[in-house]
Design a protein around this ligand. Sequence first.
Ligand code: SIN
Length: 535
Amino acid sequence: MNSSYDFLVVGAGIAGLRAVCELGRHGSVLCLAKQALTESNTQYAQGGIAVALAADDSPALHLADTIAAGAGLVNDAAARILCDEGPRRVRELMDWGVQFDRDERGELAFTREGAHCRSRVLHADGDSTGREMARALYAYAARMPNVTFAAHGFCRNLLVQDGRVVGVELLLEDGSVQKITARAVLLATGGMGMVFANTTNPDTATGDGPALAARAGAELEDMEFVQFHPTALYLKNAPRFLISEAVRGEGAYLLNAKGERFMPDAHPMAELAPRDVVARAIHRQVMASGTTDAAVYLDVRHLDAAHLRARFPRIAETCRKYGIELGRDLIPIRPAAHYAMGGIRTDLDGRTTLPGLYAAGEAACTGLHGANRLASNSLLEGLVYGARAAQAMAADNAPVALTDAANPTRKSTDAAIATVVCEGVTGKHNGLEAVTALRQQAREVMESRVGMERSSSGLSEAIRRLEEIHRQLPAMDTHAAAEARNIVECGLAIARSALARQESRGSHWRSDYPATDDAHFRRHSLLKADKIRLA
Ligand code: SIN
């Protein structure tokens, strides 16, 4: 690894990889993955990629559904770009080797998902769409001579010089720190599901991008809007494994503890209502049941079991591991944190509010999802906006010469402090235990106070607790400590933004302000340091 590249891409999910495929034609590129290159949210994306390619579909219909799902807050220009440029980007991907599933006539097979007026979701290997797309993008990028991939490259801070981002500070596995400069830096770090105790996201989704950007002085946008996926597997001692919305697209029902369907009473689209509506209806059933059991079940017993196993091999295999046979058994589910609509504020070309810094994919916020993302729009966002951000970066010609003034956004402590005594958490113990305990406390606070149902008192209490946890985090140069800090800082940004939005809209539900208030809040929330404004 050199100490200087033309372009730095932090993250190797779909947005990062798509950007690398573009940037490799314009200069030298370093793409960093904080774990193995194959570990990102993209790898777990099941349902698929929404794109207007079917004969009965059009970008205009896709746009209308995206805007309707977003509960009055979609940035129309950003959503229009997504829907208009999507078909070209997906065709390009097929040219690069992505194999989407096809029907018996060899035509692309489109699935229906919630709040879509057409069957427009492409999938690959049944329920492994993200993995197939990442495979092809990586294979394409890895053939480019200008491109270097680095696994286990954890970006601890951004380097800022004269108000411009000029590189990153890497924390290596041995605790040492390396500075790398670039003309332009892209944050494509993915999601922040790990900020909550219950999430469908993998361990990597610790909100690194928004935390890094905010520490460097960039603005965050709409952080209060966190989507809870309605159907995560809910079993004691099992991870909150995602049961794709496409299962409901195939005709699955939701049943309450009495074995009754409740969605037909909640919304005209029943089980295929927008995601925030379904998640909230399930939440109400859970609250009404007063049980610690799932209380809500996905029922696929009336569907063809062989078809389900072929269509959803990964889901079938995971369910079987926990004694649930698709087609025979009810699947216990509850909502779990899944996707951040908010993130680092960008324009339509991935530019953040800091020169030299770009963002794309889930880490970014163009406003295209508004207050609630339409199912399967996120892989498409990564493709379309990863490419756009890369084009803007290629045109960004600012020369970079690192001087002593280039400061990481936090003073580095001595490398590799092996143990730190942290009092006031669980007594005296080594730093890793303290970090683990504090991180878990923060995630529980977020789940109970900043989750699906929010109130002024709960949010204020969460902010107080998170600030306390932030103060207690040991200053250690380890990935675990840096990730814990990112989790707490993202949690604080979400809680502060949620407190300021005194209304309910899309995924943001306030029990003390249950109505939507267009007159005051049909605006985006912008957060810089801990100051919020609406615009
Ligand atoms: C799913 O398969 O239900 C998840 C897809 C998405 O979040 O868009």
